[in-house]
Each structure stands twice: as structure tokens, then as C-alpha cells.
Design a protein around this ligand. Structure first.
Ligand SMILES: Nc1ncnc2c1ncn2[C@@H]1O[C@H](COP(=O)(O)OP(=O)(O)O)[C@@H](O)[C@H]1O
Ligand SMILES: [Mg+2]
Length: 260
């Protein structure tokens, strides 16, 4: 076979093997290999390495798009020194993602602005980068989704879908109280995910207030019983980061000396 025929054959096989990224650059890679006098082993290594890396990037991009994460917030961007109530050992231990391997839940509690959503998303992105499937939803949107599914007779499918993500982030529990149907659906979802995957919850309400949030003490107790069985709680007792940035610009809230 002539060189050009061989090259054509390589292209064909790469496409059959779905090595789409490498196929696009194989010609220049081969030229470079010659000009840099790479050995055959080195050349093969560099081609395969390129394909593996680009597949990983594509997979991360896809999981990121599917995750519904509204804004990119990373753990690297999180200023731990601003929030002394978060222990560095816990923050770092969570970064190993062992809790996800163990299907433990993570519950982030604290007042508004302390970084609950930032951390939930940060650990979510770390999980996506490590190869886990992640889905983000606010508690209001989730209840809405489940209610719609319930009325259409597709609840089982919706629960299955939300059940299959290795990590589910349910943000903002407690900002709006749930009605009876909402609380019941929430319980069903929690039961479905129990011991199967990690759910990251954020809430501005302490556990003792979840009865009020769910509108039913018995359901709240049943929900908490399952959520807390294998879980880590991070109780953030700090100041709002939003306030800090506003204070920097001279706008304080509540106004000094005034009542909010
Ligand atoms: N410790 C922190 N370091 C860096 N940014 C932070 C920190 N805490 C909060 N933020 C930022 O402040 C804003 C409010 O945080 P957020 O996570 O939405 O708070 P919460 O969900 O607790 O109400 C976001 O833009 C977030 O990225
Ligand atoms: Mg939030």
C-alpha cells in the first residue's frame, strides 16, 4: 500500500473507532512526529493520549450541560478564610469525593449568602470532573416537576430519572413552604435515592424547622430519618458574602443604626 493509501486507511479506521478528535489532527501529528524524530512508541502514545484527553473533556462538557447547573462556581474560588465556621479538614475531606463513592448525603445549612449554593455547585462540578453524573435543581423547581409528572401519570418515570443521578443537588429547601402533595412527592424522591446516590441539600432552615417547611411533622421526620442516616452536615454560621461585597462599595444593609 502506498503512503497515501495507508493514511486514508488510518483515517477510515479512526472514524470507525470513533476517534473523532485524533482523526482531525492525525496528519499534522504524523508530520510533527517526523520533524521531532519521535519514536514509534512515542508517536503512538501521543496520539492515544490526545484522544483520551479530548474524550474526557467532551464527556465533562456533556455532563456539565446536562447537569442544569445555573452558574459555574468552583471550590477553588471559594474563600474559606471568609467562613471560619467551615472546618478546613471537612472542606478538604469532602473534596476527595469519598462521600459520593459512599453515597452519603451532604446537607449545607445556614442563613442566606453564606455560600451554600456555591459549595453545592462546587462539589457538583468536582464530581462531574471526576466522572459522576450530576443534576442540579431548586427545591421549588423539583416539586413543580414532580407535581406535573404526577398529574400526567408519569411520576414513576420522573422519580426514576431523578433517582439515577449519582449526585442530585436540591438547592434552597425552606425558602418556600411545601404543600401536602409537594412534601409527599419530596418524601418519595428521598426514599427512591436512599442509599443509592448522594443528594446535596441546601437550606436556610435548621432541621427542627423542616416540619414547618414541609408542612407536616410526620413526613419531615420520615424524610430526615432517611436523609440523615448516611450524611454529613455542614452548618455555616457566618456572615453573608453578598453583604461583604456590598460593604466594600459602601452600601450596607441594614443601614448603620437603622432597622432593616
Ligand atoms: N466564601 C466565599 N468565597 C467566595 N465567594 C463566596 C463565598 N461565599 C459566598 N460567595 C459568593 O457569594 C454569593 C452568594 O453565595 P451563595 O452560595 O449564593 O449563598 P447561599 O446559597 O448560602 O445563599 C455567590 O456569588 C457566591 O459565589
Ligand atoms: Mg443559595
Amino acid at each position: 500500500m502506498s503512503d497515501s493509501h495507508t493514511l486514508e486507511h488510518i483515517h477510515e479506521n479512526m472514524l470507525k473507532l470513533k476517534m473523532f478528535s485524533s482523526e482531525k489532527i492525525i496528519d499534522s501529528q504524523l508530520e510533527q512526529a517526523v520533524s521531532r524524530s519521535l519514536s514509534t512508541t512515542e508517536m503512538l502514545d501521543s496520539i492515544l493520549d490526545y484522544e483520551v484527553k479530548s474524550r474526557r473533556t467532551t464527556a465533562i462538557d456533556t455532563r456539565m450541560k446536562l447537569s442544569g447547573i445555573p452558574v459555574r462556581k468552583t471550590l477553588e474560588e471559594f474563600d474559606l478564610s471568609f467562613q471560619p465556621s467551615i472546618e478546613r479538614t471537612l472542606f478538604d475531606d469532602l473534596r476527595t469525593l469519598r462521600f459520593i463513592h459512599n453515597a452519603d448525603n451532604l446537607i449545607l445549612l445556614g442563613p442566606p449568602g453564606v455560600g451554600k449554593s456555591h459549595l453545592a455547585i462546587g462539589y457538583g462540578i468536582a464530581a462531574i470532573e471526576a466522572g459522576f453524573s450530576v443534576y442540579y435543581v431548586t427545591s421549588v423547581a423539583m416539586i413543580d416537576k414532580l407535581k406535573k409528572a404526577n398529574s400526567r401519570g408519569t411520576l414513576e418515570f420522573a422519580l426514576k430519572t431523578l433517582g439515577k443521578f449519582k449526585v442530585l443537588i436540591i438547592d434552597e429547601i425552606g425558602y418556600l413552604p411545601m404543600d401536602k402533595e409537594g412534601a409527599h412527592l419530596f418524601f418519595q424522591l428521598v426514599s427512591r435515592r436512599y442509599e443509592k446516590g448522594t443528594t446535596i441539600f441546601t437550606s436556610n432552615k435548621s432541621f427542627s424547622e423542616w416540619g414547618e417547611t414541609l408542612g407536616d411533622n410526620i413526613i419531615a421526620a420520615a424524610v430526615l430519618d432517611r436523609i440523615l442516616h448516611h450524611s454529613i452536615t455542614m452548618n455555616i454560621k457566618g456572615e453573608s458574602y453578598r453583604l461583604k461585597s456590598r460593604r466594600k462599595t459602601g452600601l450596607t444593609y441594614p443601614p448603620p443604626g437603622g432597622s432593616a
